[in-house]
Write a protein that binds this ligand. Structure first.
Ligand code: IMP
Length: 192
Protein backbone atom coordinates (compact mmCIF):
# COMPACT_ATOMS: atom_id res chain seq x y z
CA UNK A 1 0.00 0.00 0.00
CA UNK A 2 1.26 3.49 -0.83
CA UNK A 3 2.62 5.39 2.18
CA UNK A 4 2.22 9.10 2.66
CA UNK A 5 2.95 11.34 5.64
CA UNK A 6 0.44 13.81 7.06
CA UNK A 7 2.58 16.48 8.74
CA UNK A 8 0.67 16.49 12.02
CA UNK A 9 0.39 14.69 15.34
CA UNK A 10 -3.17 15.88 15.90
CA UNK A 11 -5.11 12.68 16.65
CA UNK A 12 -8.45 14.13 15.61
CA UNK A 13 -7.12 15.20 12.19
CA UNK A 14 -5.43 11.82 11.66
CA UNK A 15 -8.58 9.91 12.51
CA UNK A 16 -10.69 12.07 10.22
CA UNK A 17 -8.33 11.67 7.26
CA UNK A 18 -7.77 7.95 7.76
CA UNK A 19 -11.55 7.47 7.73
CA UNK A 20 -11.82 9.33 4.40
CA UNK A 21 -8.83 7.39 2.95
CA UNK A 22 -10.71 4.19 3.83
CA UNK A 23 -7.60 1.96 3.94
CA UNK A 24 -6.61 2.75 0.37
CA UNK A 25 -3.50 4.62 1.52
CA UNK A 26 -1.29 4.23 4.57
CA UNK A 27 -1.22 7.61 6.30
CA UNK A 28 1.69 8.14 8.69
CA UNK A 29 1.92 10.86 11.32
CA UNK A 30 5.04 12.86 12.22
CA UNK A 31 5.69 10.65 15.23
CA UNK A 32 5.35 7.52 13.05
CA UNK A 33 8.44 8.70 11.11
CA UNK A 34 10.25 9.97 14.23
CA UNK A 35 10.00 13.59 13.16
CA UNK A 36 10.01 15.22 16.57
CA UNK A 37 11.26 18.77 15.90
CA UNK A 38 8.96 21.77 15.90
CA UNK A 39 8.18 22.94 12.37
CA UNK A 40 7.99 26.75 12.29
CA UNK A 41 4.78 28.24 10.93
CA UNK A 42 6.28 31.57 9.95
CA UNK A 43 4.57 32.03 6.58
CA UNK A 44 2.44 35.09 5.80
CA UNK A 45 -0.31 32.97 4.23
CA UNK A 46 -2.03 29.65 4.86
CA UNK A 47 -0.54 28.39 1.56
CA UNK A 48 3.03 29.23 2.66
CA UNK A 49 2.62 27.58 6.05
CA UNK A 50 1.20 24.39 4.57
CA UNK A 51 4.00 24.25 1.98
CA UNK A 52 6.73 24.89 4.59
CA UNK A 53 5.52 21.96 6.67
CA UNK A 54 5.21 19.57 3.71
CA UNK A 55 8.64 20.56 2.30
CA UNK A 56 10.28 20.10 5.73
CA UNK A 57 9.19 16.46 5.82
CA UNK A 58 9.98 15.75 2.16
CA UNK A 59 13.48 17.28 2.40
CA UNK A 60 14.53 15.64 5.66
CA UNK A 61 12.72 12.31 5.53
CA UNK A 62 12.14 11.71 1.81
CA UNK A 63 8.47 10.78 2.13
CA UNK A 64 5.67 12.12 -0.04
CA UNK A 65 3.81 14.35 2.35
CA UNK A 66 0.87 16.68 2.83
CA UNK A 67 0.26 19.37 5.44
CA UNK A 68 -2.66 21.65 6.29
CA UNK A 69 -3.17 25.12 7.66
CA UNK A 70 -6.48 26.74 8.59
CA UNK A 71 -7.60 30.26 9.39
CA UNK A 72 -10.80 32.09 10.31
CA UNK A 73 -11.18 35.00 7.86
CA UNK A 74 -13.52 37.75 9.05
CA UNK A 75 -14.86 40.18 6.45
CA UNK A 76 -14.91 43.23 8.78
CA UNK A 77 -11.26 42.51 9.65
CA UNK A 78 -10.19 42.28 6.01
CA UNK A 79 -9.58 38.56 6.29
CA UNK A 80 -8.09 38.57 9.79
CA UNK A 81 -7.18 36.85 12.01
CA UNK A 82 -6.56 34.43 9.10
CA UNK A 83 -3.11 32.91 9.29
CA UNK A 84 -2.80 34.27 12.86
CA UNK A 85 -6.00 32.57 14.13
CA UNK A 86 -4.22 30.31 16.63
CA UNK A 87 -2.38 33.24 18.27
CA UNK A 88 -4.86 36.08 17.74
CA UNK A 89 -4.82 37.04 21.43
CA UNK A 90 -1.04 36.54 21.76
CA UNK A 91 1.62 33.82 21.51
CA UNK A 92 0.60 30.56 23.25
CA UNK A 93 -2.75 32.04 24.31
CA UNK A 94 -5.80 29.93 25.18
CA UNK A 95 -8.48 29.41 22.46
CA UNK A 96 -10.96 31.03 24.84
CA UNK A 97 -8.90 34.26 24.77
CA UNK A 98 -8.99 34.26 20.96
CA UNK A 99 -12.78 33.98 20.95
CA UNK A 100 -13.22 36.67 23.58
CA UNK A 101 -10.93 39.01 21.65
CA UNK A 102 -12.86 38.46 18.41
CA UNK A 103 -16.22 39.00 20.14
CA UNK A 104 -15.04 42.26 21.66
CA UNK A 105 -13.45 43.50 18.44
CA UNK A 106 -16.74 42.80 16.64
CA UNK A 107 -18.96 44.22 19.39
CA UNK A 108 -21.74 46.20 17.73
CA UNK A 109 -20.50 45.31 14.23
CA UNK A 110 -23.29 44.68 11.73
CA UNK A 111 -21.14 42.84 9.23
CA UNK A 112 -20.32 39.56 10.99
CA UNK A 113 -19.59 37.55 7.84
CA UNK A 114 -16.66 35.16 8.13
CA UNK A 115 -15.29 32.00 6.61
CA UNK A 116 -13.06 29.16 7.65
CA UNK A 117 -10.46 28.34 5.02
CA UNK A 118 -8.22 25.28 4.99
CA UNK A 119 -5.32 24.85 2.62
CA UNK A 120 -3.66 21.48 2.14
CA UNK A 121 -0.24 21.37 0.43
CA UNK A 122 0.78 18.07 -1.12
CA UNK A 123 4.33 17.13 -2.21
CA UNK A 124 4.29 14.02 -4.33
CA UNK A 125 6.81 12.76 -6.93
CA UNK A 126 8.53 16.21 -6.86
CA UNK A 127 5.26 17.98 -7.69
CA UNK A 128 3.50 20.48 -5.42
CA UNK A 129 -0.31 20.74 -5.33
CA UNK A 130 -2.67 22.88 -3.24
CA UNK A 131 -6.25 22.01 -2.21
CA UNK A 132 -8.66 24.47 -0.59
CA UNK A 133 -11.79 24.03 1.50
CA UNK A 134 -14.02 26.97 2.50
CA UNK A 135 -17.08 27.21 4.75
CA UNK A 136 -18.83 30.56 4.81
CA UNK A 137 -20.85 31.72 7.80
CA UNK A 138 -21.12 34.38 10.47
CA UNK A 139 -19.80 35.22 13.91
CA UNK A 140 -22.32 35.14 16.78
CA UNK A 141 -22.59 37.80 19.48
CA UNK A 142 -21.84 35.31 22.26
CA UNK A 143 -20.37 31.85 22.59
CA UNK A 144 -22.79 28.92 22.19
CA UNK A 145 -22.30 25.16 22.47
CA UNK A 146 -19.77 22.83 24.02
CA UNK A 147 -18.30 20.60 21.34
CA UNK A 148 -15.45 21.10 18.87
CA UNK A 149 -12.50 23.40 19.42
CA UNK A 150 -11.04 26.79 18.57
CA UNK A 151 -13.65 29.26 17.34
CA UNK A 152 -16.44 26.64 16.99
CA UNK A 153 -18.73 28.19 19.68
CA UNK A 154 -18.93 31.54 17.84
CA UNK A 155 -19.20 30.42 14.19
CA UNK A 156 -22.54 29.62 12.47
CA UNK A 157 -22.07 27.98 9.06
CA UNK A 158 -24.28 29.19 6.20
CA UNK A 159 -27.57 27.31 5.95
CA UNK A 160 -27.64 26.59 9.72
CA UNK A 161 -28.88 28.38 12.84
CA UNK A 162 -26.54 26.62 15.24
CA UNK A 163 -22.83 27.15 15.84
CA UNK A 164 -20.28 24.47 14.92
CA UNK A 165 -20.05 23.75 18.67
CA UNK A 166 -23.84 23.21 18.88
CA UNK A 167 -24.03 21.13 15.68
CA UNK A 168 -21.60 18.58 17.14
CA UNK A 169 -18.63 16.81 15.61
CA UNK A 170 -20.55 14.38 13.37
CA UNK A 171 -22.27 17.12 11.39
CA UNK A 172 -19.30 19.49 11.56
CA UNK A 173 -16.87 16.90 10.23
CA UNK A 174 -19.11 16.29 7.23
CA UNK A 175 -19.42 19.93 6.20
CA UNK A 176 -16.24 21.52 7.50
CA UNK A 177 -13.56 23.44 5.58
CA UNK A 178 -11.07 20.70 6.51
CA UNK A 179 -13.37 17.94 5.26
CA UNK A 180 -13.89 19.76 1.94
CA UNK A 181 -10.15 20.21 1.38
CA UNK A 182 -9.46 16.64 2.51
CA UNK A 183 -11.98 15.14 0.10
CA UNK A 184 -10.33 17.07 -2.79
CA UNK A 185 -6.91 15.77 -1.70
CA UNK A 186 -8.14 12.19 -1.43
CA UNK A 187 -9.87 12.29 -4.83
CA UNK A 188 -6.56 13.44 -6.31
CA UNK A 189 -4.49 10.80 -4.51
CA UNK A 190 -6.84 7.96 -5.40
CA UNK A 191 -6.44 8.81 -9.10
CA UNK A 192 -2.61 8.76 -8.87
P1 IMP B 1 -4.67 24.70 12.32
O1 IMP B 1 -3.95 25.23 11.14
O2 IMP B 1 -5.57 23.54 12.00
O3 IMP B 1 -3.77 24.43 13.49
O4 IMP B 1 -5.67 25.86 12.79
C1 IMP B 1 -5.21 27.14 13.22
C2 IMP B 1 -6.22 27.75 14.17
O5 IMP B 1 -7.45 28.01 13.48
C3 IMP B 1 -6.61 26.86 15.35
O6 IMP B 1 -5.74 27.04 16.43
C4 IMP B 1 -8.01 27.36 15.68
O7 IMP B 1 -7.94 28.52 16.45
C5 IMP B 1 -8.56 27.73 14.32
N1 IMP B 1 -9.32 26.61 13.74
C6 IMP B 1 -8.88 25.76 12.77
N2 IMP B 1 -9.83 24.86 12.46
C7 IMP B 1 -10.90 25.17 13.24
C8 IMP B 1 -12.19 24.59 13.36
O8 IMP B 1 -12.57 23.61 12.70
N3 IMP B 1 -13.01 25.17 14.27
C9 IMP B 1 -12.64 26.25 15.03
N4 IMP B 1 -11.45 26.80 14.97
C10 IMP B 1 -10.57 26.27 14.06
Amino acid sequence: MKKIVFATNNKHKLEEIRRIADNQLQILSLSDINCNGEIDETGATLEENALVKARYVKERFGYDCFADDTGLEVEALEGGPGVYSARYAGESCHPEDNMQKLLSVLQGARNRNARFRTVIALLINSEEHLFEGIVRGRITEERRGGSGFGYDPIFIPEGHDLTFAELGNDIKNRISHRALATVKLMEFLMKK
